[in-house]
Design a binder for this molecule. Structure first.
Ligand SMILES: Cc1ncc(COP(=O)(O)O)c(C=O)c1O
Length: 443
């Protein structure tokens, strides 16, 4: 009987993963699974990268960990330099965490500290978007608008968090609106919310640059983020972009916001930063924020024991070097195009596929009961979970998720293979996904 507490008691029967082999995972029975989603868009280098493994071993052999209250360490300094070089304008420091939720918590708390240091203690409200996910810890969960993940904890969540609509053209754009008009309308909800709360009481706006699994890989319409940046600037509100899932090259540029032509005040990172080889996250911090802290209390009033962990940073550094030196972002763009094309060919006319969307190697299908009306399947069918299980039986890892429409109804299937993926893997993925959807949707 397992002594590990699993997410669900049935999970105790999960296959046991024992080996990684490129884009495949192997279980204790010797079954191979094509990792079509990198877990949850994590394993961007596959599962057996030699350079990263060697870098971790070497780091552990010299220094695994030294608490950053007492010491800096070389891989942390080198990775910080690597991340800020070429980062969007004004982001000049990197703070390290152990994952995405921690990166968001750090952004929320540094935001608050910034306004204290600059003599604006009345700024306390944070505005996020519906159907977004920023993590599982109390602050990050409060900032997110993933209703099913919030539901049980609602009474504990922070009252300073508010939500506006996402930018989700497939379901939100009116028949009488252009894309640009739609983008402006939903961006303007931010201004309305700021004015409703009191213009000088709002501290930050937080959004995923490309919404990940919660909405099913949704980039904003062109111009949306430019308008968001304008509104933030106008009212002195800091802009936090959550690129935990969509950043670090996943959408074809190192930072997803490069493709939006804007620079935020914080970028939260995790997942692909260390490709899953060790737990790591980071927060890129605007020059004006850390300068205000330095000029004020000169102390970041937030930290974790493992902030700047040497071995984890060594893993992150090796991952970033590997991605750059092998020019893997070119492969993300190329294979992303191939995969989207293959998905469109296979599912473009499928009776239950309403939309095929995403950017780079962060792609999703939205499943609908009726293509014409976009009516979702009933939540009780638990389609997402059935697809996940069936896909594994078919030797494929994908990341299905429910709740696209209102937090409960509406399924999407996310695919996010490793940046090293090759043509034959793309076709294997689409074939296994097709078989899986036929198996599940016919029963
Ligand atoms: C966009 C986004 N933000 C934050 C998080 C939280 O990251 P973590 O699970 O590493 O705490 C996730 C995790 O899925 C995510 O997708």
């Amino acid at each position: 009987m397992t002594k590990a507490l699993h997410r669900h008691s049935l999970d105790a029967d999960f296959p046991v993963a024992v080996k990684g082999d490129g884009v495949y995972l192997v279980d204790a029975e010797g079954r191979r699974y094509l990792d079509g989603s990198g877990g949850a868009a994590v394993s961007c280098l596959g599962h057996s990268n030699e350079r990263v493994r060697a870098a971790i071993h070497a780091q552990i052999d010299s220094l695994a960990f030294a608490h950053t209250r007492f010491f800096s360490n070389e891989p942390m300094e080198a990775l910080a330099r690597d991340l800020v070089a070429g980062a969007p304008e004004g982001l000049t420091k990197a703070w390290f965490t152990c994952g995405g939720s921690e990166s968001i918590e750090a952004a929320l708390k540094m935001t608050r500290q910034y306004f204290i240091e600059t003599g604006q203690p009345q700024r306390r409200h944070v505005i996020g978007r519906m159907q977004s996910y920023h993590g599982t810890t109390a602050g990050a969960l409060s900032a997110g608008g993933n209703m099913s993940r919030r539901a049980v904890f609602e009474p504990l969540l922070l009252g300073a968090m508010h939500h506006i609509s996402p930018c989700f053209a497939y379901r939100g754009q009116g028949a009488d609106e252009t894309e640009a008009q739609y983008g402006e309308r939903v961006a303007n909800e931010l201004e309305a919310k700021i004015l409703e709360l009191g213009a000088d009481t709002v501290a930050a706006f937080v959004a995923e640059t490309v919404v990940g699994s919660t909405l099913g890989c949704v980039p904003a319409v062109p111009g949306y983020f430019k308008r968001i940046r304008e509104i933030c600037d106008r009212y002195g509100v800091l802009l936090i972009l959550d690129e935990v899932m969509c950043g670090m090259g996943r959408t074809g540029s190192r930072y997803a916001c490069e493709q939006e032509g804007i620079a935020p005040d914080f970028i939260a990172l995790a997942k692909g930063i260390s490709a899953g080889y060790l737990p790591l996250g980071a927060l890129l911090v605007a020059d004006k924020v850390h300068r205000a802290i330095e000029a004020g209390s000169n102390e970041v009033m937030h930290s974790h024991t493992f902030t700047g962990h040497a071995a984890a940073c060594a893993a992150g550094l090796a991952v970033q070097q590997e991605v750059r030196e092998r020019d893997l972002l070119a492969n993300v763009r190329k294979m992303g195009g191939l995969l989207k094309g293959a998905l469109s060919e296979q599912f473009g006319n499928h009776r239950h596929v309403g939309d095929i969307r995403g950017r780079g190697l962060l792609l999703a299908l939205e499943l609908v009961k009726d293509r014409a009306t976009k009516e979702p399947f009933a939540a009780e069918l638990k389609l997402a979970e059935r697809i996940r299980v069936r896909a594994m039986e078919n030797g494929l890892i994908i990341y299905p998720m429910g709740g696209v429409v209102d937090g409960k109804r509406g399924e999407n299937v996310m695919v996010a293979p490793a940046f090293i993926v090759e043509e034959q893997h793309v076709f294997e993925l689409v074939e296994k996904l097709s078989k899986t959807l036929e198996d599940v949707l016919q029963n």
